[in-house]
Design a protein around this ligand. Sequence first.
Ligand code: AKB
Length: 316
Amino acid sequence: MQTPKILVTGANGQIGRVLTEALRAKYGNQNVLASDIQKHHLHNDPFEFLDILNTQRLKEIIEDHQINQIYHLAAILSANGEWNPVKTWNINLNGLLSILELAKDKKIEKIFFPSTIAVFGKTTPRVETPQDVPLLPTTVYGISKATGELLCNYYNLRYGIDVRSIRYPGIIGWQSLPAGGTTDYAVEIYHAALKGDNYECLLAEDTRLPMMYMDDAIQATLQLMDAPPENIRVRYSYNLAAMSFTPAEITAEIQKHIPDFKVVYKPDFRDEIARSWSESIDDSRAREDWGWKPGFDLASMTRDMLHHLSKEILKN
Ligand code: AKB
């Protein structure tokens, strides 16, 4: 197999930072081009500044660097999206559309599009949500991602584009901070605990959400992208699961290591968003089609998070 030439959009984001490093470890630095609208260098070279709405620049970058795979992570998340629905729709949808259009000439061999549990809504069964369910999302982020899934499916059916997608749950990692999501609390809470602060949680103590450790999310992404095309039966987006917990449960798990840690609950609009999503996910299709299996549960994730994060905090 020829080494791919990869473009990562949104490479400075929570998942982008870690995924870019993982792709570079796998394919070599020079074969993975990081891009983002934030200019500061979180990555070694190669890096290109890219506003995903600038289709001409996107095209030039693809041509100049002879890109043949794209991991399209640039997006505005659920909570931030509610402050500016039109901007969120444009960034989350038009960037994807440009990439799918540019892929029609067949030089782009594979595309990864991250979807989310935010595509689910009040019409979706909340427990063990099956793969194929009515989607009626109530955030503009969820609406844009559900539409993105349909576009991926359409461009695959109509033009044979090899586009693959995962519905990520909330992602938790020590390497990077999330920005503007509903599930951000599950990362911030570890930082607060290790700094000896009390944590103010914007979700209610019993709001249960599907979550996943960053290592598993990266592993799943690489696994999906490596799977033979004939195994990929779902071209809109795969359900993916690892664990589900409430703020009270993650707090109790952290308190096993840091007994004095305290959380106060001040639920705001994010709690309402969270309650419109699933509590747990049936990901049997991903397990059957490309062998997905998570490695971390709440206890092992908490041990690993506290171990790595305490070293990071000591460094700074
Ligand atoms: C968010 O909270 O908006 C994201 C997501 C679940 O897609 N983390």
